[in-house]
Every structure is written in structure tokens, then in C-alpha cells.
Write a protein that binds this ligand. Structure first.
Ligand SMILES: Nc1ncnc2c1ncn2[C@@H]1O[C@H](COP(=O)(O)OP(=O)(O)O)[C@@H](O)[C@H]1O
Ligand SMILES: [Mg+2]
Length: 255
């Protein structure tokens, strides 16, 4: 259906056209104040990259994005090559996110995947993971992180081809996906330019030395089809997850 028709068919009638477009096209991350700077959320069915050093908050960001989906009745998939399930569930429970219970209910799928298996997935053009996505009607996917995925491949050409296949599979699934990348947000971010280029958006998470302690910041580097803020915002990790400050940060960011 064309967007205009879809928008017109939306109930209730009282809501403005612009708001309805946002309801259809945007996928809220659930991160307070962040959705406000990206026109209400990520673009539907887009592939998004979250870049930051170790401890920057990538896994928390990604899980919060899935929790928001679950809140809206969606089914979500978390694929990881690194996180150990029990420990991960325990850490996330700190924020009140009971992934174990959600997994039992079928709303949340956790896949701990050996990187070699990903090779099979790429060769099969989706394989077992695709079956899960279709069967469970998954609409939000997280891959945490694709750094170790890239390490699987030796040459730049192999890395490029593997990344391209991965992005093609993700696009085919009609899911909004979020990939984390462990890297320095100040430098050439993803080691493979393909990952950066193919991603519809790049979100940078900074975890930098402040005067007294490390401070967290967030910045949207690119987001296709979105009039996003070009300012840097402070971030904090609170008892219910990540919170972005409502006012931008105008100071220097030092590596
Ligand atoms: N319950 C919590 N309250 C406040 N800060 C937390 C909490 N849990 C984790 N953190 C902070 O978040 C960091 C880990 O975030 P995480 O998303 O795992 O980072 P990344 O995936 O980028 O390595 C921890 O090092 C700690 O600083
Ligand atoms: Mg992590």
C-alpha cells in the first residue's frame, strides 16, 4: 500500500498527517530524549550501526531498543557472538528487563552464535536464523557485535563480501536492525568501510575522560531519510536504562 493511503487509513482520525506518518515510518528506540532528535525513531526496516568503545553502553542501548519493541507487542531477536546468556540476562535485570521471562513468553529470542555459524548463515542466505525470524514474526533484530563477525574473515575483500551478504539478508527480513560495533568513535570507525556505507545510520557513543570521571555522550553521524540533530548530547545510565539529556552539550569532546 502507498504511504499516503496507509496514513489515511490510520485511526483515530484526530491525529495530524505528520504524526501519522511518524507512527508508520519510525521505530522508537525507547531511549528517552533520543527519539526526539531523530524524528521519533529509527527508520522502519533500516539497518543501524551503534559505534563505541568497550563499556560505552552499546549492549544496553541495543537491549533497550528491543525492550521498546516488546512493549509495543513486537517479537525481538538478539544475536550475540560474545555475551554469555546467563550473565547478560543478569546484567539486564538490573534495569528491570526480565529477558528470561520474556524468552519464555516467546517475545524475546536470544541466540548465542559461534562466528563460524554465521559463515553458514551467509552461505545459506539466512539459514536457521531466517527460519526463526519468519516463524516468530521478528520485527527488531540486534547483532551484538559485528566486530567479531568481521574478524572471521582474513582479507579485506572477504570482509567486504561477507558484510554485503549480511546487509542483504537483513534487508530481506523486513526488520529494523541494530548492529553494534566496538571501535573508537573518534577515528575511522568500522574497520570495513562497507559496514559504514551500507548502514542507514551511524550512532556514536562516546565514553570519555571528563575532569573528574568518565562521561558519556551520544551523536548521530548519519541517518538516511532523517532530519536528525547534528549536536552532541550527554548520556547517563540510570536505573531504567539509558537516558539522553534534553539539552545538547557544547563543550569539547576529548579522546
Ligand atoms: N545498572 C547499572 N547502572 C549504571 N551503570 C551501569 C549499570 N550496568 C552497567 N552500567 C554501565 O554500563 C557499562 C556497560 O555497558 P554496555 O552496554 O555493556 O557497554 P558495551 O556493550 O558498549 O561494552 C558498564 O561498564 C557500566 O559503566
Ligand atoms: Mg557489549
Amino acid at each position: 500500500m502507498k504511504l499516503k493511503k496507509k496514513v489515511e487509513a490510520l485511526e483515530p482520525k484526530g491525529i495530524s498527517y505528520k504524526k501519522k506518518v511518524a507512527m508508520i515510518k519510525r521505530v522508537p528506540t525507547g531511549i528517552s530524549n533520543f527519539d526526539a532528535i531523530i524524528q521519533g525513531g529509527l527508520d522502519k526496516n533500516s539497518t543501524n550501526l551503534v559505534v563505541g568503545n568497550s563499556g560505552a553502553g552499546k549492549s544496553i542501548f541495543a537491549t533497550q531498543f528491543l525492550m521498546e519493541g516488546i512493549k509495543r507487542g513486537e517479537s525481538c531477536l538478539y544475536i550475540t557472538f560474545e555475551e554469555e546468556k546467563e550473565e547478560f540476562f543478569e546484567n539486564m535485570l538490573e534495569f528491570g528487563w526480565d529477558l528470561e521471562a520474556l524468552e519464555k513468553k516467546g517475545a524475546f529470542v536470544f541466540l548465542e552464535y559461534a562466528p563460524e555459524k554465521v559463515r553458514t548463515m551467509l552461505e545459506e542466505g539466512g539459514g536457521i536464523i531466517e527460519n526463526i525470524v519468519l516463524r516468530k514474526k521478528i520485527t527488531r533484530v540486534v547483532i551484538d557485535s559485528i566486530t567479531s563477525f568481521e574478524l572471521l574473515f582474513d582479507s579485506d575483500i572477504e570482509k567486504r563480501e561477507a558484510s554485503l551478504s549480511l546487509f542483504n539478508i537483513l534487508r530481506k527480513w523486513n526488520c529494523t536492525s541494530l548492529l553494534t560495533y566496538e571501535g573508537n568513535p573518534f577515528k575511522g570507525r568500522a574497520s570495513s568501510r562497507t559496514v559504514e556505507f551500507e548502514s542507514d545510520s551511524i550512532i556514536l557513543l562516546y565514553f570519555v575522560r571528563g575532569k573528574e570521571e568518565r562521561e558519556r555522550y551520544i551523536e548521530v553521524l548519519k541517518m538516511r531519510g532523517t532530519k536528525h540533530s547534528r549536536q552532541v548530547y550527554p548520556v547517563s545510565i540510570e536505573k531504567n536504562g539509558m537516558v539522553v539529556g534534553s539539552e545538547p552539550y557544547f563543550g569539547e569532546l576529548e579522546e
